[in-house]
Design a binder for this molecule. Structure first.
Ligand SMILES: [Zn+2]
Ligand SMILES: [Zn+2]
Length: 255
């Protein structure tokens, strides 16, 4: 069995054929998928999908892209939604200094606040960090994120960063981009990170792995990422499946 630790099934891209997508995931051995509602309009839908499918769980929070939309009603509403037993983590939260869709100072402030909220809710956090490694680490440390722990999703840092995160109790989640031809240096980093701290994810509909690169991503494709991981580490696919599944069950507290 495999677990897709991070996807966005509530997004528009899956509106037409969601049931078929979920069915294909099951048929390819993906036991659970965690769908991440990143903004107000998606929370209810993510929860609805999770509530109507035993193989789907939800993660809710405000993405750094949407940090500027947070108002007085946002956190009370999120708290209410997160009381649902199918919500297994808080996120994705963090910093995106690549696209900068929200001003940086607002991203920093909302990231800090949401770590506090996750702790209050007793949920692990899912962290999004794009071109903001140093600032992400600083906030994780200053906000004592080791108290809630969680996942660095779509990890793109170096080995030293992975090590600091692991020491704080975080898992490192690997997306389909590990299969890309130009990802040689990323593969070198991942090779050094022990399997005991790794998860696999699709981030569907984005980051589609080879051989489907360019098409829409979906949870069933997480196996290409796991296969690449097995190849890089020179271990059997079954071992990658087993250990990354155990890791995901542990961090999302489904054991
Ligand atoms: Zn992300
Ligand atoms: Zn995502």
């Amino acid at each position: 069995m495999l677990i897709d630790s991070h996807a966005h099934l509530e997004m528009q891209e899956f509106k037409r054929d969601l049931e078929a997508v979920i069915q294909r995931a099951k048929e390819s051995g993906v036991g659970y998928t965690f769908t991440v509602g990143t903004e107000k309009k998606d929370w209810e839908r993510a929860l609805e999908i999770a509530n109507s499918h035993p193989s789907i769980y939800a993660i809710l929070g405000v993405h750094p892209h949407n940090a500027k939309e947070i108002d007085d009603q946002t956190y009370p509403m999120l708290k209410e939604f997160c009381r649902n037993g199918k919500v297994k983590a808080y996120g994705e939260i963090g910093l995106d200094f690549f696209r900068n869709l929200s001003p940086r100072d607002i991203q920093l402030k909302r990231f800090r606040e949401q770590i506090g909220l996750a702790k209050e809710l007793g949920l692990p956090i899912v962290v999004h960090d794009r071109e903001a490694h140093q600032e992400t680490l600083e906030i994780l440390k200053s906000e004592k994120a080791e108290e809630c722990r969680g996942i660095i999703h779509c990890f793109s840092g170096d080995y030293d960063m992975a090590k600091v995160c692991i020491d704080m109790g975080f898992y490192i989640s690997i997306p389909g981009s590990i299969t890309f031809k130009n990802a040689e240096s990323f593969r070198e980093i991942v090779k050094k990170i022990p399997l005991e701290f790794l998860l696999v994810e699709t981030d569907a509909p984005f980051l589609t792995p080879v051989p489907f690169r360019g098409k829409r991503n979906e949870p069933s494709y997480v196996r290409y990422t796991a296969q690449k991981l097995a190849e890089i580490k020179n271990i059997p696919f079954e071992k990658v499946a087993k250990v990354t599944t155990e890791n995901a069950l542990r961090v999302y507290r489904l054991e």
